[in-house]
Ligand binder design. Sequence first.
Ligand SMILES: Cc1cc2nc3c(=O)[nH]c(=O)nc-3n(C[C@H](O)[C@H](O)[C@H](O)COP(=O)(O)OP(=O)(O)OC[C@H]3O[C@@H](n4cnc5c(N)ncnc54)[C@H](O)[C@@H]3O)c2cc1C
Length: 387
Amino acid sequence: MNYLPLTRSQQDWQDRAAEIAQRELAPRAEQTDQTGQYPQESLDTLKKEGLFGLRVSKEHGGLGEDMLTTCLIVEELSKKCPSTAMCYKMHLEAAEIICRIPTPYQVKHFVEPMARGEVFTTVAGGESQGEGDNWNATQNVSHVEKLAGNYQINNVRKSYVTSAGKASHYQFRCRIGADTPQSQPSLLFVERDKIEWEIVEPWHGLGMRGNNSCPIRFNGLVPEENLMGEEHTVQSQTNSFNRPVVTLTYGAAYLGIASGAYEIACLEVAKRYPSGSRRIDIPINQRRMAEMGAQIEAARALLHAAASAFDQNRSTSQLPYIQAKVLCSEAGVRVTQDLMTIFGGTAFAGRLPFERYFRDARAGLVMGMANDAAYAGMIPMLFPPEN
Ligand SMILES: Cc1cc2nc3c(=O)[nH]c(=O)nc-3n(C[C@H](O)[C@H](O)[C@H](O)COP(=O)(O)OP(=O)(O)OC[C@H]3O[C@@H](n4cnc5c(N)ncnc54)[C@H](O)[C@@H]3O)c2cc1C
């Protein structure tokens, strides 16, 4: 259901995304998960459909679609292959700033090529603190030096980079100058083919196994033309549009895990076994299916309302966006957990794809802004500090 009314164009996009996902993503999803292979063919389909330029303005040759349409598309893709949807969502997230506030140089070299499907991006954000990746602390990033028209990246290791080595461009979070505090980061648009990079170790995640979210080490010079926004102030400069896009597209991807798994469950619970019984005839399963349906609709209604508020510039804080992210990711975890119970040994043995959705859903609690951090971040918005 779409409880929030959609325009004709939004409805058409939802139908079109559902058709693409069913035709192209669904048949490859199981193999992507089993082999951990990057879903290149599925992403090539999205490129052919013009979707790399979804949020590039029409003026620059893109589709210029709104946030609600973006969420509808990401949910439909995620229903069929969460790994593909997550790679695509990271592209949208990483591209937003350069699409919104590009310099003339960036329009020509990055934004218009993105509309043509020649630029696929991701985020190289967090760095580990110490050895390995046992404490990421996303906000703390290394510095780069400014040297004669370039920024020098000196062997910086980013911990989890979705589409690592596959994306053509990386939104690279850093500080410019060693004395710049962590509270004043900057963003560079790093071109893969113009810098040294190496994948430090392969990706063997519990879920989102096709993501290729490997650590990457970057080294080399990035031209100053590739600075996104202004030095030191990108956070405050882009907060009003970038953070909502980050959180809402996460919400859409995790909601798609919940609703994709639930759609399969609706068919399976109604199947009649040779004994004549159906899983849906058991009262506790009826209760669970009804409850899951309500959780999904609640999460979707909030996501759509928040996306619509963003499109209409109605929200005065980040609160609805962050609430939508946590609610959608929790719907993903709760729904898939219950489906593992309803479908018992069949689910546990992997004879139905619920365990894949269950594993993918777990990323929603820790990824992007971890939900615990998101809830902590809501408190100052709910209870503004006293002067
Ligand atoms: C599948 C996947 C893909 C990813 N892709 C990318 C990517 O493309 N680009 C990128 O930059 N990063 C990416 N990440 C990294 C991600 O965004 C997080 O930074 C990372 O998952 C955090 O991992 P961590 O072990 O450092 O978590 P930690 O920061 O150690 O957090 C672990 C737990 O500690 C608690 N916690 C931590 N901080 C707080 C806080 N401030 N307040 C309250 N509780 C807190 C929470 O319970 C949290 O769940 C990806 C991660 C995953 C799992």
